[in-house]
Design a protein around this ligand. Structure first.
Ligand code: SF4
Ligand code: SF4
Length: 411
């Protein structure tokens, strides 16, 4: 795509990167075929090719109004278009680079700004945990429509002591730490069985993805710096790396090098940390499942999060782990399409998000699964809000199999 970008933009640190991403797009439109919002709305401006064109116009200095913002806001940043694109257009990166410019070019109404600020500050805060705990206690008294919005409490169970020489550092994250502490505890128990420990270090927290994808880049960098400070002493002492159990967070942690590359105090450490980040599905492999003798007898439908498929290039990984445990996999149509969770999307675009969830649940339920497996906390909570089947992280499913009475716990 030919873009006449102003020389001042090309001199900025991100200017040449933006220009090269735009140049890579050849207008073929193949990406529209796998774009969930284009499929729902049928408007060229709600597909990747149209959005790239709108972004190009913005950067060229065209008069940009709320119309451009509306179509860009509707994008899930699911990156299905990247997987489809034959020209390797880094659409997600383009959007990340452009969002702050769009925010500056088209100021939002005061109430909308406040809402976005509350999401950014509220979700990673300690207040969320307190509120959620209270809501879970009151859940039985709430009307059904409100009760649905409150994730059910699930006991985390025991966390094995750090007794192995091989140590991974846990990312607790923000929402997952309060809504589903059972996921990291399950990971710690499974790793322990494989002779590795998962340890929590004080000071770590939200990965920063939520703020970054809402255009608050400096806020996201603060989260990244805090996590690097928390992990660095353990990395220097020889920890294996950062172990993430939420694919949405994994993809962002692996971007730390990119987002802190212009920070002289953190660039090098960010590069080292990013290189040591692993998703749980990259550490626990099908061979481990077989070696542990895990047996899952259920019919399982897998919801592969976009961050796993399109961000980490890990399509099929969860399925392989569950098959290794003997699970019967259910057929799921359109597995590449987003469930509508997408970070803060369900709060910012509730109607589109609900429609995408309804379609995803219909695809997941078609082959009569007993349980839905996922790999990302956001998708899990979003699907749980309307699913007829239980929704579990694959780590929880395997951990439950490990706890079966016939499998004696390790000495
Ligand atoms: S598939 Fe790639 S090259 Fe073709 S229009 Fe979409 S982004 Fe551009
Ligand atoms: S990121 Fe997802 S929603 Fe956005 S343009 Fe690409 S495919 Fe469509």
């Amino acid at each position: 795509m030919r873009a006449r970008l102003p020389p001042a933009l090309l001199r900025e640190p991100d200017g040449t990167e933006v220009a090269s991403i735009l140049r890579a797009c050849v207008h073929c439109g193949l990406c529209n075929a796998t774009c969930p919002t284009y499929q729902l709305l049928g408007d060229e401006r709600d597909g990747p090719r149209g959005r790239i064109y709108l972004i190009k116009s913005l950067l060229e200095g065209a008069d940009t109004g709320p119309e451009t913002q509306r179509h860009v806001d509707r994008c899930l940043t699911c990156r299905a278009c990247e997987t489809t694109c034959p020209s390797g257009v880094r659409y997600g990166r383009l959007l990340d680079l452009v969002r702050p410019r769009l925010e500056a070019a088209v100021p939002r109404a005061r109430l909308a700004k406040l809402y976005r600020w509350l999401i950014r500050r509220g979700v990673p805060s300690r207040a969320l945990g307190l509120l959620l705990g209270l809501a879970q206690r009151l859940r039985p008294m709430l009307p059904a429509v409100l009760g649905q919005l409150v994730p059910r409490a699930r006991a985390a169970g025991s966390w094995p002591p750090a007794r192995h020489a091989r140590r991974w550092l846990a990312l607790d994250g923000c929402v997952q730490a309060v809504a589903r502490p059972s996921i990291n505890a399950a990971a710690a128990r499974l790793l322990d069985r494989r002779g590795q420990s998962l340890v929590r270090v004080p000071g770590r927290g939200c990965c920063g993805a939520l703020a970054y994808h809402l255009g608050a880049h400096e806020e996201a960098r603060s989260h990244a710096r805090r996590n690097i400070d928390a992990w660095w002493p353990e990395i220097a002492r020889g920890a294996e790396g950062i172990f993430s159990t939420a694919t949405g967070c994994t993809t962002f942690l692996q971007d730390y090098a990119e987002i802190l590359r212009d920070d002289p105090a953190y660039a090098e450490r960010a590069r080292v940390v990013a290189a040591q980040v692993r998703d749980a599905s990259q550490v626990l492999l099908p061979g481990d499942v077989v070696a542990m003798g895990l047996q899952v007898n259920d019919r399982v439908a897998v919801q592969a999060p976009c961050s796993l498929q399109h961000g980490l290039g890990g399509a099929g990984r969860i399925e392989a782990l569950l098959v290794a445990a003997g699970a019967k996999l259910c057929a799921v149509a359109d597995a590449h399409l987003c469930c509508g969770s997408a970070g803060a999307y369900s709060m910012l675009q509730p109607a589109l998000s609900r429609e995408l969830r309804a379609r995803k649940l219909s695809a997941l339920s078609a082959d009569s699964p007993a349980v839905i497996a996922t790999a990302n906390i956001g998708c899990m909570l979003h699907l749980e809000g309307a699913a007829r089947q239980p929704v579990r992280h694959w780590l929880e499913i395997l951990d439950a199999a490990a706890a079966a009475p016939e499998l004696a716990p390790p000495a």
